[in-house]
Design a protein around this ligand. Sequence first.
Ligand code: SOE
Length: 385
Amino acid sequence: MIGYGFMGAAHSQGWRVAPRFFDLPAQPEMAVLVGRNAQAAQAAADKWGWNEAASDWREVITRDDIDIIDIVTPGDSHAEIAIAALDAGKHVMCEKPLANTVEEALAMRDAAERAAAKGVRSMVGFTYRRVPATTFARQLVADGRLGDIRQVRAAYRQDWLMDADGPMTWRLQKDRAGSGSLGDIGAHAVDLAEYITGLNVEKVSGLLETIVTERPLLGEGIGLSGTASTERGTVDVDDVAVFSGRFAAPEGGFSAVGSFEATRFATGRKNSLTIEVSGSLGALAFDLERLNELEFYDATLPSTEQGFRTILVTESEHPYLAPWWPAGHMLGYEHGFSHQVVDFVTAVRDGVSPSPSFDDGLHVQHVLDAVTRSSDDSGRWTSVG
Ligand code: SOE
């Protein structure tokens, strides 16, 4: 694994726990944790249970005893590491968003296709696809329980930037993160909306705004828990992204209307990823802050019996649930990372391409790029790709 911030902890938990609950076709060994700061990497390796730490990823990806590279670094290094690892014949899991630009994402997709021809697999980490309630939501849509999808609302809202004196972590720097809320959390909203509905966004009209334009630079620490220094810098990414979208029908033409929101200024919303999908026969609604639940509205019932009802998605028949706990014993944020490991290792062993692929990651990158271009052009409707 390359990187050791917040996502490093989440992925380590996934690698550690998945084989203890699921019968995997191969046993992952947590071999090496790589980080530029050797001391910090060693401390993280010790804490999360990696066999060793290293500071040079180029050396690690050539090692014969390494089969998989898991990339949890900021977006500015995804392309370089992923392409080198795939070319070296290693299977690659890469955090979202796939890259910082469409150009990088294209090069990564091409490297993934070259590698796939040799049986080398790759996957992008849109982990919220692997929350049992969202996987189940997709099944309900695929089974036709919602009929024709007509409208989608997707909003990922956090509030961790509310404090105007909060320090400028890498997530607030365009050269490191590519964009702000748009790429960090808007990418999840787009991917999840498309995953659940099976439809792709084809056109957008967007608005990006930076609310706090100058912040203290980062002093000590990394990421979300870093401290502020006395120097200040300019924020060059969006704090809030709002956009409308049109979904294309699989056979071409228009199918549904979408509205999207990604913000780190939604006072009181800590990690709220909400999706509501409305169809001709029913509707569903999901909120990550209540991730064991799915709201379902069945419009085929007599009108006197209709109304959203809450399905507790903790039955062993629900996706991913059987190996965990008895019904009603709920799961949390971290379980999606275990499910991601299960699906990745299984696909690698079965010799099939895992999903979401780098091509799916490239598509999301095209959506983000279209939103940015639209916002730069006063919200003009802009085609994706
Ligand atoms: C920070 O906004 C963040 O950690 C995202 O980067 C993750 O993708 C999301 O899962 C939680 O919030």
